[in-house]
Write a protein that binds this ligand. Structure first.
Ligand code: FAD
Ligand code: SF4
Length: 492
């Protein structure tokens, strides 16, 4: 059996063919030197790799080098590798002699099955909902024969509740890993590299919050299913300033490191439903995220091709401002939804899906920031960010830069949406109902400015036609446009 080369996001047992297979791992410092990553992300990735190497002991050759190319020169003999998760890494391994590239692992649907499904669609849209239903039936998850359990495939409608009128959701805190001597060593290395000027980070250092080993990942999964999954569904989209984690699983980081397989996470959740420990609406919501959205984004990354990342259908040309890239480190942002969300990213390298989509992404799109820069920012600043998952989520879902290949309309919303789904607006210096004036909400005004700027480009999209036509009835539209052009990308 050839030696298996494991990338830093292929750390679970399912990336090996046998328990005793020989392994090669390469730790490249240059990866962190090229761009300003979140400090906690660099810590997590290094900690996870070094923990895996410690588990493998003599089985692994662990090479520390500046670049992959430099490390490869030190390694002799035949290697096999599971297809890596980015175009750049895939291209790199395919041009090497003596390296066999195997199909990718760590997803619920294979690339062949996805492409077969996509070709069967003909001219029809690649709808996530249809992809998800096929995956559920094929994997026999929450099914009774050929029908969905409970007679419904989709509980989205029930899973959009506004938050309760309290400061936290009241679910038990997530289980947190304990740092150990490997984490200490990683922290010392990062400090040293930073002091030497080799690397520079954004965000705060902090206790490691996300699982770095398989054992920790299984612990997070068990704890989530037992204590938090029941509340996951109804409050999936809700935001509370005093509750950073709500009922989310915090599993994206260990899943994307390859420590867990999505199908095993889904099986645990289904077991909880079958045992009567979690309601169907929550379990279905969680299953949909994992074998639906996560896999769908992975496959679209490859299906749309390497040029997809450069799409810019709304011709957004403004550069991402420094207060945003620095995660509001100086506290200059007054808009409470934005300042709280950036605080979350600064402190944890993580906020849940709705602040990513409806606060950060929404604001970037309203302001016309370049989608490639926004993608790069998300990739660097989030603990779970990898090329494959960022490109489709940012270019397609959040910035509508693909002109509607992925989302049927732009995820643009004004302050009314944020007010309904959070408790941010009450203590904000802006008023979500005002679109002009000193206290005009930058999201509400930004929403109309966005529609006005892109009216021609969005013409013909029936899902947004009503809003486009209401904009022409706004008496203060000229004043609003003037106001927002002045505000531009300055910190709101
Ligand atoms: P939960 O809310 O508990 O959901 C369960 C799991 O579903 C997640 O762990 C994740 O693996 C999966 N999932 C759900 N939605 C998606 C999705 N759209 N794409 C991929 N997986 C999904 N997710 C990442 O894993 N890495 C990213 O870099 C990332 N960037 C994002 C950027 C933007 C602009 C948006 C809108 C979404 C992004 N997501 C990303 C998707 C999603 O926001 C995160 O997976 C989720 O918030 C992670 O927290 P959690 O594990 O508690 O998720
Ligand atoms: Fe955000 Fe506007 Fe609400 Fe302030 S009023 S928190 S800026 S949506």
């Amino acid at each position: 059996m050839s030696r298996r080369w494991l990338f830093g996001d292929q750390l679970g047992p399912h990336f090996l063919d046998a328990r005793d297979q020989e392994v090669l791992m390469i730790e490249s410092k240059r990866v962190f030197a090229r761009r300003r990553f979140h400090r906690q992300k660099a810590h997590l990735v290094l900690s996870a790799m070094r923990h895996r190497a410690a588990e493998l002991g003599d089985q692994v050759q662990y090479v520390k080098a500046n670049t992959y190319g430099e490390a490869r020169d030190k390694v002799r003999g035949e290697l096999s590798v599971c297809s890596p998760t980015s175009y750049a890494a895939e291209r790199f391994v395919r041009q090497l002699a003596d390296v066999e590239v195997l199909p990718a692992r760590g997803f619920a649907t294979s690339r062949e099955d996805f492409e077969e499904w996509a070709s069967r669609r003909g001219a029809k849209r690649l709808l996530m909902e249809d992809f998800y239903r096929e995956a559920r039936a094929r994997l026999d998850v929450l099914m009774e024969g050929s029908n969905p359990v409970g007679g419904r495939w989709n509980f989205d409608h029930d899973n959009r509740e506004a938050p309760p009128a309290q400061s936290t959701l009241g679910t038990p805190e997530p289980w947190w890993p304990q740092e150990d001597e490997i984490d200490e060593e990683v922290r010392a290395d990062l400090d040293r590299w930073e002091q030497a000027g080799d690397v520079s980070f954004v965000g705060q250092d902090g206790p490691r919050r996300f699982a770095a080993t398989r054992r920790e990942a299984l612990h997070v999964l068990r704890d989530f299913v037992a204590h938090r999954l029941p509340s996951f569904g109804p409050y999936e989209d809700a935001m509370l300033a005093g509750d950073d984690w709500m009922a989310h699983s915090l599993l994206s980081a260990p899943l994307n490191l390859g420590l867990l397989d999505p199908v095993e996470a889904v099986e645990r959740a289904e077991d909880a439903y079958r045992a009567g420990d979690a309601p169907l609406q929550s379990v279905e919501g969680f299953v949909r995220q994992l074998i639906g959205w996560r896999d769908y984004m992975w496959h679209l990354y490859w299906h749309f091709g390497p040029e997809y990342r450069h799409r810019n259908a709304l011709a957004a040309r403004r550069t991402v401002p420094e207060w945003f890239t620095d995660l509001d480190a100086d506290g200059t942002v007054d808009a409470r939804c934005l300042s709280e969300t950036l605080r979350g990213v600064r402190e944890h390298g993580w906020v849940h899906h709705i602040p990513r989509l409806m606060v950060l992404g929404n604001y970037a799109m309203q302001r016309g920031w370049r989608p490639d820069e926004v993608t790069d920012w998300f990739h660097r600043s989030f603990i779970d960010g990898y090329d494959w998952v960022m490109v489709a989520n940012v270019v397609g879902m959040s910035q509508y830069a693909d002109g509607g290949l992925l989302a049927t309309k732009p995820y643009a919303a004004g302050g009314a949406y944020i007010d309904k789904m959070s408790d941010y607006c009450g203590d904000c210096r802006y008023n979500p109902r005002k679109r002009v004036g000193d206290d005009a909400c930058p999201f509400t005004a930004g929403y109309w400015w966005f529609l006005d700027r892109n009216a021609e480009r969005l013409q013909g999209n029936q899902r947004i036609a009503r809003q486009l036509s209401s904009r022409t009835r706004l008496k203060d539209l000229d004043e609003l446009v003037q106001q927002e052009q002045t505000r531009g990308s300055s910190a709101p």
